[in-house]
Design a protein around this ligand. Structure first.
Ligand code: DC
Length: 233
């Protein structure tokens, strides 16, 4: 069954990527983490001193877009596609709190969104795709066969994220993580271009109290129903 696109949107650290990865594995679909693409561009901006706490040189970043290439390369050992910036693996560099602190500003720039959205739409041309982000069901694939919108309380999300970052050896406080989540949610849902909103036909999943297995079972059930309806047509 390779005939559908599964769009997963939702707030930061709602566990979208964990779920999306697990679903893609079970269905043998391609998984694309679009947040990683915005993070890679943000990492470029930081490396080139185009963004800091006191400035954001948007014009230069837009001028540099033709020379910024974001791609994914499958890592057989990890069993997922790692993000590359100009052919260099930046998978761990993009997961820092520093990148998280600037990514929402970068993701609010229309020229950047346009470039990345076009690339994302190409990845879905043969379907068989699970993609997660903020605008997948609303802008990237408004006709996706299955749309999910993940929510969880900010405290549950911050705890998960804090644990994840500590395990990776980052030294930071829970309050920094919580305030970063709250500020990103605000910027992501109030920006002018493609704000984070639940698509009308998306199914909302509050996973504050659900295990990963419970969510995966529920979503696979939904996907199989839709997939089999489509093959009956
Ligand atoms: O999913 P994430 O936390 O890694 O995403 C990082 C940021 O990128 C997030 O704060 C908003 C932005 N983003 C977006 O604007 N559109 C997407 N499709 C995915 C992410």
């Amino acid at each position: 069954m390779k005939n559908i696109i599964i769009a997963i949107d939702g707030y930061s650290s709602t566990g979208k990527s964990t779920i999306a990865k697990a679903i893609a594995k079970r269905l043998d679909y391609i998984y694309v983490d679009t947040g990683a693409m915005y993070r890679a561009v943000t990492y470029y901006a930081l490396k080139n001193n185009l963004i800091s706490k006191t400035k954001f040189d948007v014009e230069t970043l837009i001028d540099h877009l033709p020379r910024i290439s974001v791609s994914f390369k499958y890592n057989k050992d990890l069993q997922f596609a790692e993000v590359h910036l100009n052919n260099v693996n930046v998978e761990s560099e993009i997961r820092t709190l520093e990148v998280s602190q600037f990514v929402s500003q970068v993701a609010a720039v229309s020229e950047i969104r346009k470039k990345l959205v076009e690339q994302q739409q190409l990845m879905g041309k043969d379907k068989g795709l699970v993609m997660d982000g903020r605008d997948i069901g609303t802008v990237v694939f408004p006709d996706a066969e299955l749309k999910l919108f993940m929510v969880a309380s900010p405290e549950v999300r911050a705890k998960r994220r804090y644990k994840e970052l500590l395990e990776k050896g980052h030294n930071l406080s829970y309050n920094d993580v919580l305030s970063n989540l709250i500020s990103r949610d605000h910027i992501d849902s109030t920006r002018e271009d493609s704000p984070l909103v639940k698509a009308e036909d998306a199914i909302e999943i509050d996973n504050s109290e659900l295990t990963v297995d419970e969510q995966v079972t529920k979503i696979l059930h939904l996907a199989k129903n839709i997939g089999s309806q489509k093959s009956d047509l």
